[in-house]
Ligand binder design. Structure first.
Ligand code: SF4
Length: 115
């Protein structure tokens, strides 16, 4: 039995995940907590945030995030994909900056409009 704190919402439910019983989750207040507990034990992922450099826009950098969870083992590789990126304005919220991070199908996307 593994104890986790659910980080999906601010309530922070204390989860118990039973690895010997099909990763059954108890202590969750909603279905999202059950899904989080199972994913965290089998293949933990995180949504990442960062910034990339801009050229010719009203700002020097643009905030970005992944549009889904990246497996923990791929986090450093995912961050490396941004180091040489220089965006050209304009940029719109949701623009895909780097598609298919490490073969996950998840993309880095812009989170701010920049003229
Ligand atoms: S189990 Fe549901 S209510 Fe509890 S912290 Fe997770 S998402 Fe929030």
């Amino acid at each position: 039995m593994t104890e986790l704190i659910c980080i999906v919402c601010p309530k922070g439910c204390h989860l118990h995940v039973d690895e010997e019983n099909g990763f059954a989750v108890t202590g969750n207040s909603c279905a999202r907590g059950s899904e989080y507990g199972q994913t965290e034990m089998k293949n933990p992922t995180r949504v990442l945030t960062s910034v990339v450099r801009m050229s010719g826009g009203s700002a020097h950098c643009c905030p970005v995030k992944t549009n889904g969870g990246i497996p923990k083992k791929d986090i450093f590789a995912a961050m490396d994909l941004l180091k040489d990126v220089i965006l050209t304005a304009p940029v719109a919220i949701g623009d895909r900056i780097v598609p298919d991070i490490c073969g996950t199908g998840i993309a880095w996307v812009a989170t701010k409009d920049i003229e």
